[in-house]
Ligand binder design. Structure first.
Ligand code: ADP
Ligand code: MG
Length: 341
């Protein structure tokens, strides 16, 4: 069997910063396929930026190797890796026009003027800023500056685009809009994207696959649906969204997502073969297109059900309900949550 040759591969990559007890990234091996949209998702401090920065070339590895299309790159200087990078802060050159910011990587690579002109036009059109070539960064909104940063990063046609929380500084509506634009760019360019976020919704929306980081390791790697519906650990289950986490048997936790449970006022309407537990409604939250019914089970566990518009009015805080679900919608994970001593 041969190793995968295309794409980005890391083998047993570790980063220990001097003076810290635990490595920031610990023994991470992964393969990002050519053209894939891969996301590193995890809480603050879990090692996402360190991992991206080692791939980009800004942080030296303590151990391991990184290849792009089979070629070892971990000792190359950043600009020799042919990777585009976008950070949370726009980091445009303030004294250069939009046009010259975007042309920067092309000019550095001594591409002919006609090619630079054409390419700058193409990528500015892709991010919807064709009319702003002459402006300076200070004359642009935060969202526009981040669009310029995206255009600049892909202008010279890098091997892949690395994005470290590029939307984290923007307000929610702008973030949603730029999410769609980034998805569109990915489809249009067919380029490998490596995206870092701590926002599970953003990760689920954008990614082909997600690597969930926890304390410097990848806890699980899979498609959004695999991670959401089939988490393998309690950490992944909890990080990817709300769930009904039920301790039905010792040593394990049964996870059922809020969209997978139905609520009943009595046992009679629950179909045969379904799992069921009684719970008390603690809160009913109207969200417009759906409502969230918050629950407390007899053992004190919190849970949640999502109901379509128009059915939630039957439930009020204090109501006793039967929560039912189909066994195939359960994910069972080891119970790793220790009660505080
Ligand atoms: P994330 O991007 O997931 O928030 P980071 O990669 O920034 O995580 O950080 C991972 C761990 O490494 C954290 O414990 C952080 O404090 C530590 N760390 C990050 N950068 C440095 C640095 N330059 N020097 C020392 N420790 C660092
Ligand atoms: Mg970070």
């Amino acid at each position: 069997m041969t190793e995968p040759m295309t794409g980005i591969a890391t083998t047993r990559v570790t980063k220990s910063y001097p003076g810290s007890e635990r490595p920031a990234v610990h023994d991470v091996s992964l393969h990002i396929a050519d053209g894939e949209f891969m996301t590193f998702l995890g809480p603050s401090g879990s090692g996402k930026t360190t991992m991206l920065s080692m791939i980009a070339g800004f942080t030296p590895l303590s151990a391991g190797s990184i290849t792009v299309d089979g070629r070892e790159i971990s000792r190359l200087r950043p600009h020799r890796r042919e990777l585009g990078v976008v950070f949370q802060q726009y980091a445009l050159f303030p004294h250069l026009s939009v046009e010259r910011n975007v042309a920067f990587g092309l000019a550095q690579r001594k591409r002919p003027k006609a090619e630079i002109d054409r390419r700058v036009g193409e990528v500015l059109e892709m991010v919807g800023l064709s009319g702003m070539r002459e402006r300076f960064p200070r004359q642009l909104s935060g969202g526009q500056q981040q669009r310029v940063a995206l255009a600049r990063a892909v202008a010279y046609e890098p091997r892949a685009l690395l994005l470290d929380e590029p939307l984290a500084a923007l307000d929610k509506r702008l973030r949603d809009q730029l999410q769609r634009e980034i998805a569109h760019m990915h489809r249009e360019l067919g380029m490998t994207f490596l995206f870092v976020t701590h926002d599970q919704q953003e990760a689920l929306t954008l990614s082909d696959r997600i690597a969930v980081f926890n304390e410097g390791r990848i806890e699980q790697l899979g498609t959004p649906a695999e991670l959401y519906e089939r988490p393998r650990t309690l950490f992944v289950a909890q990080f990817l969204g709300e769930s009904n986490a039920l301790r039905l048997r010792p040593g394990e936790v049964t996870i059922v997502r809020p969209e997978r449970v139905t609520l009943h006022t009595g046992d009679e309407s629950v179909a045969a073969g379904q799992q069921r537990r009684t719970a008390t409604v603690t809160d009913v939250v109207y969200v417009g297109d759906h409502s969230r019914i918050w629950l407390r089970y007899a053992d004190g566990a919190r849970g949640c059900a999502v109901l379509g518009a128009g059915t939630a009015h039957e439930y009020r805080p204090g109501s006793e309900v039967v929560v039912a679900w189909r066994p195939e919608h359960e994910a069972v994970v080891p119970d790793t949550e220790r009660s505080p001593a």
